[in-house]
Structure formats: C-alpha cells, structure tokens
Design a binder for this molecule. Structure first.
Ligand code: PSU
Ligand code: MN
Length: 287
C-alpha cells in the first residue's frame, strides 16, 4: 500500500498571502515526506486534473492571478476552460477518491455561513458522499458552528474530536458544541475500517484542535470576526469569494496573527494525517 496524504490547493491559492503561501505548500509536502509518506497536492493545471504537482506548478498556483477556486460543481468548468484551478475540500476529496487515496489533511472545512442564508459549503455534501479520513482543525468561528455540526450529522458524516469532546473551531481549540471524543490514532483507523467493512458511506472527519500556543483568544477573535463581516457587507462580495475575502481581512486586522495560526494548524493536521496513514498501512499488514 502506498502511504499517500492528499493536500488541497485552495488554501494555497486563495487562503494564504503571497509569497508565504508557496513556502507553506512546500513545507507541508516536506513534512509529509519526513514522516515517511507521500504528499499529493491536488489541483487543476491548464484544464488537467493533477494528483501531485511539480515545484513549478506549485509556485505558479500560488502566484498567478487567474487561478479559479473550484468545488466539485465547478471542476468540469475548469476542465472545459483549460483553466488553472485550486481545489477546495470538496473537489480535492472527489479527485483523491478517484485515485483511491484514503487520507486527506486540510486546514478548515467550509460550513454553513451565518451571513448569507443558504450559503452552505459543498464540502459538507462531499463529506457525506465520499468515504475517506479527513483531518481538519474545524470550521472557522465566522461560520454558524451549531448549524454546521447539525448539517454534518444530517448528512451522516462521522465526526470525531481528537482528544477533545468539544468542537474545535479553527483558531480556537474548543467551542461549546459537543463532539464524539477519541483519544488515539488507532481508534480513528478502527472506525474508518469498520465503515469500509460495512460499506457505510461518508467520511470520518477528524477535528484536530490547533496547538495551544497558536490559539487565538475567543473574545479577541469575535471582535476581529465582527469587523471582517462588517467589511464584507460593505464590499458586497458574494459566493466563492466570501471565504478568501474574510481570511484576507482577518489577516489584515490581526496583523498576521491569523496567518501564523493557520500555518501551524495546517502542519499539525498534516502530522496527524501521516500518523493515520502509517497506522492504516500497519493495520493492513504491509509494514
Ligand atoms: N477555510 C479556511 N481556509 C481555506 C478554506 C476554508 O480557513 O482556505 C477553503 C477550503 O478549501 C474549503 C473552502 O474547502 O475554502 C470552502 O469554501 P466555500 O466556503 O466557498 O465552500
Ligand atoms: Mn459558499
């Protein structure tokens, strides 16, 4: 069994500031290699689906101005246009599963937006459809967290809190929303293997809290969130541009603190994903 960790590209192209984004993309890939696994960053390059990018492609993806942001619904548009496109969690999962990849590390998943009624991320639908282990630090507190967790349940996604029974929410380690706690990588793998055995659909979504030293104080964050949302209203930005806009605003308002936290939680998730892949390989008896 190849020990592969899938990585998404929207966080690179639209989630982090240049040129740091390119460095982070490389750092994450290197971290996977150091852990004895193989990174596959997923994107669309000139209308071609790619599982694993060259360094030059990674750099261009981070630096070009014409990179689309695609969920599953928009994959075909990017292909038909022969465009460059960064894949969100939903599109990354869909493409990864075509290649039989079972583990995917990301930063934040999309969810139910608070600002715009019915703005519900395609990520939730794909998590419901595709059986895979997805490691995330949780949805951002800018989203409607309660509605997001309720939607995940409705959609039959297996949600686990890694060493926590309270939902992690990206920049904060926990919020007051209960989740099923698990304490070990072997438990995660066991649950996933049971899903495979019983042919149950949908992902095992592991919420991995941001490392404590990079957590952002909840009160401070809610003030930053409020200001970012205010600016969003004024800007009249909609749809796919909402999340990138809010991330850039938070980075500005926080003087880069949210960016640093974002990078550290990404590394933390990649690291846990590697542990999961290694355990999965061990369980399948190939080591
Ligand atoms: N949350 C972040 N950073 C990100 C994203 C979410 O903190 O980069 C990206 C992920 O790729 C996620 C996507 O899948 O945004 C969700 O976008 P939308 O809300 O438009 O579905
Ligand atoms: Mn949306």
């Amino acid at each position: 069994m190849e020990k592969i960790v899938a990585l998404e590209s929207t966080v690179i192209a639209h989630g982090l500031p240049r040129p740091l984004n390119v460095q982070v993309a490389q750092q994450l890939e290197n971290l996977v290699r150091q852990r004895g696994c193989e990174p596959k960053t997923i994107a669309i390059i000139e209308g071609q689906i790619r599982v694993g990018l060259t360094l030059d492609e990674l750099v261009q993806l981070g630096m070009r101005d014409d990179v689309m942001k695609v969920g599953v619904a928009e994959i075909a548009i990017a292909l038909a246009k022969k465009a460059w496109a960064a894949t969100t969690v939903s599109a990354t999962m869909r493409i990864a599963t075509m290649d039989n990849i079972e583990v995917f590390a990301t930063g934040g998943i999309g969810g139910v937006h608070e600002i715009q009624k019915w703005d519900v991320s395609q990520d939730l639908v794909e998590l419901s459809r595709t059986r895979m282990i997805v490691v995330s630090a949780g949805p951002k507190s800018l989203l409607d967290l309660r509605s997001t967790i309720e939607m995940l349940e409705t959609l039959q996604v297996t949600v686990l809190g890694y060493r926590t029974n309270k939902m992690p929410a990206f920049y904060v380690r926990e919020v007051d929303v209960p989740v099923q706690r698990i304490d070990s990588v072997s438990e995660i793998v066991e649950i996933y293997l049971e899903k495979c055995k019983s042919n149950l659909p949908g992902s095992v979504l592991v919420f991995n809290p941001i490392p404590a030293e990079y957590e952002i104080n909840e009160e401070l964050l809610s003030e930053w969130d409020r200001r970012a949302k205010e600016e969003l209203k004024r800007s009249r930005i909609e749809g796919k541009a909402v999340t990138p806009f809010l991330l850039a605003k938070l980075a500005e308002i926080s003087n880069g603190r949210t960016v640093r936290s974002n990078i550290e939680l990404l590394k933390n998730n990649v690291s846990l994903a590697c542990d999961i892949v290694n355990e999965l390989a061990r369980r399948r008896g190939s080591l």
